[in-house]
Design a binder for this molecule. Structure first.
Ligand code: HXC
Length: 287
């Protein structure tokens, strides 16, 4: 599927900033993560995307590879982030086939809207396992490779011909900043994801690794928003009115934020959260 570059990347970035670098991304065929990977690959990098669905993941990888002649993008399907051994094998294959593993995005998530009254203990546990344990498993699988990458790049902030590496990014949500109906399971899981990122930032900072959280708000043309508008069109319209910028975000705005955090410009940002939501969460409680 050919996606015009202006849909996933602003023209402000310099081509080649990720040349010969490798990104590992769970949930990489999803509507948001695939654009983050696309942007990284367009700017010179190669990538390995991980997913549960084999066909979707392999097709996603083939699509992303079309953004740049010579790009290498591997799609490893059939991997459940709840399975640490499968993730370790995928990280090993990524590093072996692409030569390194320099950046990682823990993007795989499971979500559905459900009132607590209808949320079974297994439903709650399922989302905790995919989002929180899955992000932890991802970090455990990639950190040894990120340590190797960081040794070469140090994240010093100086202009280095070798570029950057050793960067971990967790995809989270703002649900747990306030109370959020129908999302008890996801809010709990994303709160855990945030704490995992903070721990990585502190424990692995001395190795030159940065770990940050990117939190998308309501982003147009994504699986999550589509589901929300189908389940509850009124709530979807109400969500937009709560955004100070009075519009939904674009996937490009998430991809651009990712490029910033992975670029030399983001070298001293560690243990932080970048909320890209048009200011929506600041309006908590506003009618
Ligand atoms: C209540 C539900 C439910 C629902 C599933 N369950 N869907 N309960 N309402 N809509 C319950 C099941 O009944 C079961 O509990 C338990 O959850 C596990 O369900 P399984 O289908 O066995 O789990 P699994 O096959 O592992 O699937 C996980 C999943 C599924 C999370 C339920 O939706 C999934 O794989 N999603 C991955 C893709 C995804 O969600 N992407 C969204 C990312 S977007 P019992 O008790 O019956 O055994 C995003 C942005 C926010 O996160 C979007 C806002 C909506």
């Amino acid at each position: 599927m050919s996606v015009p570059r202006e849909r996933y990347l602003s023209p402000v970035w310099r081509d080649g900033i990720f040349t010969s670098k490798v990104l590992f991304c769970t949930g990489g065929a999803g509507s948001i993560c695939s654009m983050q990977v696309r942007a990284f690959v367009a700017l010179g990098g190669n990538a390995c995307i991980i997913g549960r669905n084999v066909e979707k993941t392999e097709k996603g990888a083939a699509d992303i590879a079309t953004v740049r002649p010579g790009a290498k993008v591997i799609g490893i399907g059939g991997i459940d982030v709840r399975d640490p051994k499968a993730l370790q094998a995928a990280a090993e294959r990524c590093a072996k086939e692409l030569g390194s593993l320099d950046f990682a995005i823990a993007g795989a998530a499971g979500n559905f809207l459900a009132p607590m009254a209808q949320l079974s203990p297994n439903a709650f546990k399922t989302v905790m396992d995919i989002d929180a344990l899955g992000s932890y498993n991802t970090a455990k699988a990639v950190l040894p490779y990120l340590v190797e990458s960081a040794k070469q790049h140090k994240n010093t902030g100086s202009t280095q011909p070798t570029g950057t590496g050793g960067r971990m990014l967790f995809i989270s949500a703002t649900f747990h900043y306030k109370g959020q109906p129908l999302q008890a399971h996801v809010a709990a899981a994303k709160a855990a994801v945030d704490q995992i990122s903070h721990a990585v930032a502190i424990e692995y900072g001395p190795y030159g690794i940065t770990s940050n959280i990117l939190t998308p708000g309501p982003i147009a043309n994504t699986e999550g928003m589509e589901r929300l508008s189908k389940t509850d069109p009124e709530s979807s319209k109400a969500e937009m009115k709560k955004v100070p910028l009075q519009r939904y975000g674009e996937v490009k705005e998430i991809a651009d934020a990712t490029v910033y955090l992975f670029s030399e410009a983001g070298s001293y940002v560690n243990g932080n959260t970048l909320v890209v939501d048009g200011g929506q969460w600041r309006t908590a409680g506003a009618s």
